[in-house]
Structures are given as structure tokens and as C-alpha cells.
Ligand binder design. Structure first.
Ligand code: NCD
Length: 309
């Protein structure tokens, strides 16, 4: 399978076989990701990390992934220190990063920004989140986590909980889980339901997601609970945010009703939606999940930039 120079804009651009290949490749990256083994596969390469929106895990794990492969990183974590402040267009910023680097990682508040960037760039572009759109590399690390913890994706009952309207992670994940024939439940307040387009995409794979606001029932039935933050920054009306914030909270009490081997995932950052007391239970997988971003992003960078493993 050849991924050389491929853009990673949406998970929808990848077939099931391609995703399986990437996940398998990521597994082989784990000893390099945790520092057990060392490599200089990408020592001749430079990655540009352009973050127009806040990030902790995505940016750091992309950077660590590149460093662990022996590569170099340039970029910014805050556009206020760049010429965007002087009115430079996204297209021009991308043209520059294109001439300075071998791959561009971009996070941007506008849906479609990564796709646009790819049009202005010769070097491959990796979407690290575009507004409420897609977050394909998070999706791959989420799939990798489910596969590692549950040994399979197909047939698992996965409940996606929280802000399903504005959450880009769940938009990518709902699609991919349907491709892999998982069983889906969407749990959200009425105003933050999964967009119809995403539900229709799931149906195209023969999956019939159940939409509900009943968290207790969903927790009882789930094998995987994927919790998300209410995306405050995407609300057009702050009053609307105040109405829904804190509407779902996962705590030990609630998990007592769950299957013994339920896993609780979260792309992080969490605000109030998972009680920190859950952290010490064997159900809490979110920090492991965040680490999995390193081998998965190493796999992607190595495949795209053509390093031989
Ligand atoms: C998510 C994001 O940025 O979409 N975080 C992440 O990449 N791990 C989720 C969020 O911000 O709530």
C-alpha cells in the first residue's frame, strides 16, 4: 500500500483496508514511540506544525512523533505571533510553510481550512482539526485504542456522549466505527445532536445508530463509552452553552451499573464531564489513549514521507 505524499484531510478519504494497514503499522511503532527503540528514519525531513487554535495533545504528540523518527519541527502554537496578525491570507502562510518543510500539520477554527491548505501546498497536509469538521488523526488513534483494548472494533457497542453537534472527533469517529460495523449509540442533549449528514453516512454502511438523551441506559449497555467536552468556543450564543454545560457527567456511581470491562475514552481536554475519581478505575483509558497519538502519528508521518521501517 502506498501512502507517499498523501494528504490526511478526512477519515472518509481512506478505505477500511487502508485504515487497517495504518493501525497495524502504528502497532509496530509503539517501541519507538515509548523510547524502547530508536530510529532516525526521517532525519532528513522537516514537519511544519501550524496551530491556529489551542492544542496540547495533538500538537505535542505530532512533534514528539517527528522527533522520535529523528525528524525536525518548525511552526507555531498561537497565530497571534505570526503575519496572520498583519492580515496575511491562509493561502500565503501555507505557500511559505510548503517551501520551508516536507509536511504541514494544520489546526484551524474554520471547517474546510485543511482541504484549502492542501490545494495551496505541494507537500502533504495533515488535518489536526478543522473547526467542527474532521479530526482524522484523532480518529485513527481512537480506533487504535479500541482495537488495543477490546481486540476488535466490529460488534462493540460504542456510546458517543456529549457535544455531538460541534465535536469534530465524534464526526470522524462515527463514520469510521460504522465502516468497521460497530454498534452505535449517540447520547447528547437535544440541542447538541449528531448532524443528520453524519447519521446518514453511518446508515450507508448498514449501521443504525440509536440517538438518545438517556445516559444511564447507554452506560449500562456500552462496551466503550466515548465522552466529549461541550465545545464552548463553537457556540454562536453563550446562553445556549450555559443551558447545556454540565448536562452529562460520568462518575463512579454511574459506572457501577456498567459492564465490568467497559472502557471510558475521551479525546481530552476534559472539563467537568468525567469526574477525576474515575481516573483510578481500570475503566479509565483516556491517558493511554492520548499516548496512542504518538505511535499513530509516527506511522502516518513515516508512511507519508516514505521512511522505510
Ligand atoms: C479535541 C479537539 O481538539 O477536537 N481534542 C484533541 O484533539 N485531543 C477535543 C476537544 O477539544 O474537546
Amino acid at each position: 500500500m502506498n501512502f507517499k505524499n498523501r494528504d490526511i484531510i478526512s477519515i472518509k478519504d481512506f478505505s477500511k483496508e487502508e485504515i487497517e494497514y495504518i493501525l497495524d503499522y502504528a502497532k509496530r511503532m509503539v517501541p519507538y514511540a515509548n523510547g524502547e527503540k530508536h530510529t532516525t528514519l526521517l532525519s532528513q525531513h522537516i514537519m511544519a506544525a501550524l496551530f491556529f487554535e489551542p492544542s496540547t495533545r495533538t500538537r505535542l504528540s505530532f512533534e514528539i512523533a517527528m522527533h522520535r523518527l529523528g525528524g525536525n519541527v518548525i511552526g507555531f502554537a498561537d497565530p497571534s505571533g505570526t503575519s496572520q496578525k498583519k492580515g496575511e491570507s491562509l493561502a500565503d502562510t501555507i505557500r511559505m510553510a510548503d517551501s520551508y518543510s516536507d509536511a504541514i500539520v494544520i489546526r484551524h477554527p474554520h471547517e474546510g481550512a485543511a482541504r484549502l491548505a492542501a490545494e495551496f501546498s505541494e507537500v502533504p497536509v495533515l488535518n489536526a482539526g478543522d473547526g467542527a469538521g474532521q479530526h482524522p488523526t484523532q480518529c485513527l488513534l481512537d480506533l487504535f485504542t479500541i482495537l488495543t483494548e477490546k481486540k476488535k472494533i466490529k460488534g462493540n457497542k460504542v456510546a458517543l456522549v456529549g457535544d455531538l453537534k460541534y465535536g469534530r472527533t465524534v464526526h470522524s469517529l462515527a463514520y469510521a466505527l460504522s465502516l468497521f460495523k460497530a454498534d452505535l449509540t449517540f447520547v447528547s442533549p437535544e440541542t447538541l445532536k449528531m448532524p443528520k449528514e453524519v447519521i446518514n453516512e453511518c446508515k450507508e454502511f448498514g449501521v443504525e445508530p440509536v440517538s438518545t438523551s438517556n445516559l444511564e441506559k447507554a452506560v449500562k449497555e456500552a462496551d466503550v463509552l466515548y465522552v466529549t467536552r461541550i465545545q464552548k468556543e463553537r457556540f454562536p450564543d453563550p446562553e445556549e452553552y450555559n443551558r447545556v454545560v454540565g448536562s452529562y457527567k460520568i462518575n463512579i456511581e454511574l459506572l457501577k451499573e456498567a459492564k465490568k470491562d467497559i472502557i471510558v475514552m475521551h479525546p481530552l481536554p476534559r472539563v467537568t464531564e468525567i469526574d477525576p475519581e474515575v481516573d483510578k478505575t481500570p475503566h479509565a483509558i483516556y491517558f493511554k489513549q492520548a499516548f496512542n497519538g504518538v505511535p499513530v502519528r509516527m506511522a502516518l508521518l513515516n508512511l507519508i514521507l516514505g521512511g522505510k521501517l
